[in-house]
Ligand binder design. Structure first.
Ligand code: ZN
Length: 309
């Protein structure tokens, strides 16, 4: 086998932002804080906790300031916030000492970008380059997310080069991590293998992060495909929360606990306490008052101990 499979990976938990943003309920701030605190004690070293978007557009995340001020996680947990534009960055920097990393974003698809932020890709990238320089100057980590990297619900297939040219622009602007998002679950493992091989080759010195959605049930096999060509950085959401609500009713990000279960069974270390992650996902299920779609919530971790006779 000619696998480039790493022996350990990083997983950023994105449920408190990417997850909660796309759930229909408004989750009470105190519950968000309690769930983030639980995640922070599950072994995560990276958590996306808030965004600074307009509250009239995304009311689910209008309490970002209160969340950042209220959470209490170990000192070595890197907290990330998402900002859509310079105004959002201005607002975030008002709480500069409450987080460590800032994520900025664009869509690889022109149509998706226009519908998402009402600007062209080139307009968005011009703003992103200015923001990246400001974020780096603040001595914060700067991560970029490229949505619809593997396909667009409006435009269909997105050429590999179209996505990687944007990634190279981000890298040139000082971005040190680039997440490739399968926003509506259009990736397949063969393409993921080709894509991450090229991305890892063309982005030296940049952390290349895989962000898959389970919209069509292929999230985990896509993560496996990225792992096997050497990807060491993943994002996922406890409870399989969230994801882009297109098509309507579809599931969201891959479930962190399912991803961790797969990696651990393969002997790939994550540094996470799987039982604690499952407990956090079950707690989220209780807060939302309905069943979530993660498999490990139901099945629990694999217990290899011999059954008592
Ligand atoms: Zn996502």
């Amino acid at each position: 086998m000619n696998s480039k499979r790493p022996s350990s990976v990083h997983i950023r938990e994105v449920g408190p932002r990417d997850g909660f943003q796309n759930e229909p309920e408004l989750i009470p701030t105190a519950d968000k804080i309690r769930l983030i605190n639980a995640l922070g004690r599950s072994g995560f070293k990276r958590i996306e906790v808030a965004s600074f978007v307009r509250p009239d557009v995304i009311p689910q995340l209008s309490d970002g300031r209160e969340v950042l001020n209220g959470i209490d996680v170990p000192d070595d947990v890197q907290l990330m916030v998402l900002v859509p534009n310079s105004k959002g960055l201005d607002n975030a920097l008002g709480l500069r000492d409450k987080f460590h990393e800032v994520a900025i974003f664009v869509s690889a698809s022109e149509t998706h970008n226009l519908r998402n932020v009402n600007r062209t890709v080139s307009q968005t990238m011009a703003d992103n380059e200015v923001m990246a320089k400001r974020i780096v100057a603040e001595d914060l980590g700067c991560s970029a997310v490229i949505a619809t990297s593997f396909g667009c619900p409006f435009e269909g297939a997105i050429p590999l080069d179209q996505t990687l040219v944007l990634a190279e622009q981000f890298a040139a602007a000082g971005v040190t991590e680039i997440g490739f998002g399968d926003t509506t679950g259009m990736a397949n493992p063969a393409y993921v293998s080709e894509f991450f091989t090229a991305a890892l080759d063309r982005l030296p010195g940049v952390e290349v992060t895989a962000h898959f959605h389970n919209t069509r049930g292929q999230g985990l096999v896509n993560a496996y495909a990225a792992l096997e060509v050497g990807c060491t950085s993943f994002e996922s959401s406890f409870g399989e929360l969230g994801g882009c609500p297109v098509p309507a009713g579809s599931t969201g990000n891959i479930a962190t606990e399912d991803l961790v279960s797969m990696f651990h069974e393969m002997g790939v270390q994550t540094g996470l306490d799987l039982s604690a992650v499952i407990d956090a996902a079950r707690a989220a299920q209780t807060v939302l008052g309905r069943k979530l779609t993660s498999h490990s919530i139901i099945a629990g971790p694999i217990d290899w101990a011999p059954a008592a006779s």
